[in-house]
Design a protein around this ligand. Structure first.
Ligand SMILES: Nc1ncnc2c1ncn2[C@@H]1O[C@H](COP(=O)(O)OP(=O)(O)OP(=O)(O)O)[C@@H](O)[C@H]1O
Ligand SMILES: [Mg+2]
Length: 421
């Protein structure tokens, strides 16, 4: 065999070396690629560990990928923080918030909307009508989907919640949906209290006007009759003048009551608590109302458990409270009478005004204390009442820091309880 030339051997050795080096480099490169793929997969599954590639293979790739990874990690944690803030805001909001897609399916609902609409189940993915069971809400959401415009309406929620809500729905635009809307955001604001106050205000104005008009019309009528000749008829003239006087007294007491109420409401009336002898206060009240009770054959009694019966109160205001309550007791009782009781329950002082009168139907009790509220309007007016007494009592009791409740059995009598705190 012919001998191999040394040059050939050298070339062959160099070639072998090159192949070996290339093999090793490709192997290292493949290993690096495998590492990059594993890194990408673990990144996708939420494991944000760093990538480490041998410096000599591709230091630039690993540092670029690591920079990208750290940027994405930062953005993810920023997004999570923002989401956490939005979740917290949605959770503590008293307004109900509901987000739907363009098929009116719920994609987000905060706790308040569930409370407002009495929803007990999970509603994500449900259609708005199934989720809320309120046709008006469904119609509002559909209107926004059709018109892509803001819709705002007042809606009534039936029992058991029985609320009046201001519903506002706005179109939702998103980054991915370039044309049209991607859903609807609905907010529900509870305006039940506001509506109630508005009704009370309107009722108040109507009632004041009515209560003022009645005596004024009578005074004007009798004055005119006197002017056109009745003055000559002395006997009738006296009768008319007495009627004018009693109507003007009624007007006066109505205005006094209104002023008292507004002073308490504006907190102009100051409660100055001092040690007061309950027996002395009851004496004043009973003396003032003795004739009225006697004219109906009713008794006025007291039951005071402790002697001396001292409490901390504003004497004049306490007299005003008891005068109104005992007066009501006399007015709405035909047989029996009224008892003022001072007792103790659970170490707390209680003041009761009990009567054996007509009683109050249950459904009226909650509204007593609203200005001009009377169970039987005609009967109360006949008895000379305007329905301001209990409103004054309620405010004066509250101004003392006490609590008042009314218990009544129709046909048997009423007890007004004041808990002296
Ligand atoms: N002891 C009671 N028994 C039965 N009904 C009562 C009693 N106290 C109050 N009421 C009812 O509550 C209503 C409101 O009472 P309130 O004292 O505010 O008005 P009033 O007595 O009619 O008029 P005012 O006190 O202004 O002269 C009364 O009209 C009456 O219908
Ligand atoms: Mg009264």
């Amino acid at each position: 065999m012919k001998e191999l030339s040394p040059l050939f051997i050298v070339i062959a050795l160099i070639l072998l070396l090159v192949i070996a080096i290339l093999y090793l480099r490709i192997r290292r490169f493949n290993l690096a690629m495998d590492k990059i793929v594993t890194f990408a997969n673990s990144f996708l599954s939420g494991d944000f560990k760093r990538l480490s590639l041998p410096e000599d293979i591709n230091g630039r790739v690993s540092s670029a990928l690591n920079a990208m990874a750290s940027d994405i990690t930062n953005r993810i944690s920023e997004t999570a923080e923002e989401r956490g803030k939005i979740d917290a805001v949605l959770k503590c909001m008293t307004d109900g918030i509901l987000i739907t897609d363009t098929k009116a399916r719920v994609i987000l609902a905060n706790p308040a909307i569930k409370t407002l609409l009495n929803i007990k189940t999970d509603i994500i993915g449900e259609s708005v009508i199934v989720a809320t069971r309120v046709t008006d809400i469904h119609n509002i959401v559909m209107k926004v989907i059709e018109t892509e415009d803001v819709v705002s309406e007042e809606i009534d929620i039936p029992l058991p919640n029985e609320l009046c809500l201001m519903a506002t729905a706005v179109p939702l635009h998103s980054y991915e949906v370039k044309e049209g809307i991607s859903g609807v955001v609905l907010s529900l604001h509870d305006i039940t209290r506001l509506k109630r106050l508005e009704t009370i205000r309107k009722d108040f104005i109507a009632n004041v006007s009515h209560e003022l008009k009645t005596p004024i019309t009578a005074i004007r009528g009798f004055a005119e009759t006197l002017l056109i000749g009745a003055l000559e008829d002395r006997e009738n003239a006296m009768k008319f003048l007495k009627t004018i006087k009693s109507h003007s007294e009624r007007l006066n007491s109505l205005i006094d009551d209104l002023l008292t109420l507004s002073k308490i409401e504006l907190e102009v009336t100051r409660i100055e608590k001092k040690t007061v002898d309950m027996n002395e206060v009851i004496d004043v009240v009973f003396t003032t109302l003795a004739d009225k009770a006697a004219s109906k054959g009713l008794y006025l009694r007291r039951s005071v458990i402790q002697e001396p019966a001292m409490i901390s109160a504003d004497r004049d205001k306490l007299i005003q409270i008891l005068l109104n309550l005992v007066d009501n007791g006399i007015k709405f009782t035909e047989t029996g009478g009224v008892t003022v009781v001072m007792g103790k329950r659970d170490d707390k002082l209680m003041l009761f005004v009990e009567d054996t009168g007509v009683g109050i139907p249950k459904n009226h009790i909650e509204r007593l204390g609203e200005r001009f509220y009377r169970v039987d309007r005609a009967r109360s007016r006949e008895l000379g009442g305007t329905g301001l007494g209990l409103a004054i009592v309620k405010h004066l009791v509250k101004a003392h820091g006490w609590n008042m409740s009314i218990e009544s059995i129709l046909g048997s009598g009423t007890t007004v309880k004041i808990l002296i705190l």
